[in-house]
Design a protein around this ligand. Sequence first.
Ligand code: XMP
Length: 526
Amino acid sequence: TILVLDFGSQYSHLITRRLRELNVYSELLPCTAKVLELSWKPKGIILSGGPYAIYEKGAPTVDPAVFELDVPILGICYGLQAIAWHFAGNVVAGEKREYGHAKLDVRKHEGVAVHVDRLFSGLGSELEVWMSHGDKLSHLPQSFLTIATTFNAPFAGIAHETKPYFGIQFHPEVTHTPRGTELLRNFAVNICEARQHWTMDEFVGKEIARIRDLVGKKGQVIGAVSGGVDSTVAAKITHEAIGDRFHAVLVNNGLLRHNEVEEVQKTLTESLGIQLTVVDASQRFLDQLIGVVDPEQKRKIIGRNFIEVFQETAKKMEEEAKNSSKAGDIEWLLQGTLYPDVIESIAFRGPSQTIKTHHNVGGLPAVMGLKLIEPLRECFKDEVRELGMKLGIPENLVWRHPFPGPGLGVRVIGEVTESQLRIVRQADKIFLDAIENAGLYTSISQAFAAILGGVRAVGVVGDQRSYEQCIVLRAVVSKDFMTAEAYCFPMDFVRDVATTICNEVRGVSRVFYDATSKPPGTIELE
Ligand code: XMP
């Protein structure tokens, strides 16, 4: 295992990701972690970048214990500065921030210090790299050598003369550094000698065995499913492990899309053979949403009701289980938590603002008093997709666009009513069908229709004046949904969809296309 210590960079989790691609297992921990108290010994340590200036009061520094472990260390960007700081190098504010592509000159060494060249081994003498930093090293720390330079950073790469300690100013973990993964391989595989045995098959087998072990011969597990890839893959793995002692629950909150309940039912029971209980709570949700227009309030109401409905269902199932002598109590809750969610909760960062209150089927709180099973807590989204394919989950589900926990509740701007839901469902279906038919579904990360409740526009239908509602179409491309760009359809595609929606959906007089990026927008409109 390679330990990645997070100093708060937005790229930290990518380091872990790249190592996994090399089949090297890695763990991300905050930079404040006590490395000597870990139950395992890492083969090597990577110190991530971070948004701080090391010479400022309160900036995080490397725990000196890191250097006591006697394993190779690689500092990236802020990590390099932290190593330099530890060895009393000098870090100064750069005259200007350096952000973007740079040409890196790799320096070769002869004689005694040739081990310092191992980081760039096989990568040639010139590399394209991605820089993102304000500060830089002004002097080499004692016992260090320069292994790479750029025009702006004379110490863009440094290495200790005798120990396997390296620092680089650029980011090898981002795709803008094309040969970055090879550099990470040099570090993890050649220098740290980490084993390359993290594979998906092995992972599934281990996870199934672990769940069987945890739950025992009689234990039962309950889990919410949404029809999305995460909860479905988690459900499938659990079902493989314990069969019908796993109970999947789909809460119909009345905010699902056209035919969604039927489709989830079909996939889970028919294709995957998983026992599914559908709870129709739509009226309860819609009643609670009457008169509510504030997006945060809507999210909270939907989230709270979801938890209540799920809890009530769990209780009922538990009673049923008690009456049948075959199985034990429901003691376990399945959650589809992914690695980025785990990282989100452990990452090192200062106070951050709540942009939106998120709710998802994986987000049931511990108040249920159930123990958690999280088979995907070590996986990234694309790994979950790969698992899905391996487990025989239908391909269209594996590649399905994300759908938010609060559902159409946040796609009806303003008050959520049955008639608004009808309109948005129909418009959404027309838009998505058109995308499918044009073969564009997998080129787009997420697409949907929303309705601008409370806004009406004038139109003309036949010879009549109309005064009806406005639909917004949104389609984005995004790698991680933290940032996104509007998808560029050919204009005639948008025009045809707009025409179909106005013709076929009663109550719509205008269709708009949302061209906003994230940031400054968000993907959902609320
Ligand atoms: P935003 O709108 O914040 O969305 O740019 C980013 C991604 O998250 C999805 N989303 C949610 N997913 N529960 C979820 O499970 C939520 O409450 C929620 N809100 C937004 C959104 O669809 C997009 O993929």
